[in-house]
Design a protein. Structure first.
Length: 106
C-alpha cells in the first residue's frame, strides 16, 4: 500500500506544481489556483508521509520528486509549450528508469 500512496503523492505533486504555474505567482487574479495548489500540496505531503511508514525516507523522497519532476516536465511540454532537447528527454527517461529501479530493489 505504501507504494500506491507514494505514486499518488507524486501525481499530486505534478498537480500542485501545475497549479503553481497557473496561479501566476499566487496572484489574487487567480485565487482558485491558489486553492488548488494548497489542496494538492497538502494531499501530496500527507500521502508521502503515509508512504514513508513502509518505504525508507531516501527512497520515498527520490521517487516522489522523480515522479513530480518527470511529470511536471511532460505537463510543461504539452500544456505550456515548453521546449525539451534530446538530452533533456534522455535524462528524464533515465529518471523514470531510476524510479522503476528503486521500486525493484526495495
Amino acid at each position: 500500500m505504501s507504494w500506491f500512496y507514494l505514486v499518488l503523492a507524486g501525481l499530486l505533486e505534478i498537480g500542485f506544481t501545475t497549479a503553481l504555474k497557473m496561479s501566476n505567482g499566487f496572484s489574487l487574479e487567480r485565487p482558485k489556483y491558489i486553492l488548488v495548489f494548497t489542496a494538492f500540496a497538502l494531499s501530496s505531503f500527507f500521502l508521502l508521509n503515509l508512504a514513508m511508514r513502509g518505504i525508507s525516507l531516501g527512497t520515498a523522497y527520490a521517487v516522489w520528486t522523480g515522479i513530480g519532476a518527470a511529470g511536471t516536465a511532460i505537463v510543461g511540454v504539452y500544456w505550456f509549450n515548453d521546449a525539451l532537447s534530446t538530452s533533456q528527454v534522455f535524462f528524464l527517461a533515465m529518471l523514470i528508469v531510476s524510479i522503476i529501479g528503486l521500486k525493484l530493489v526495495s
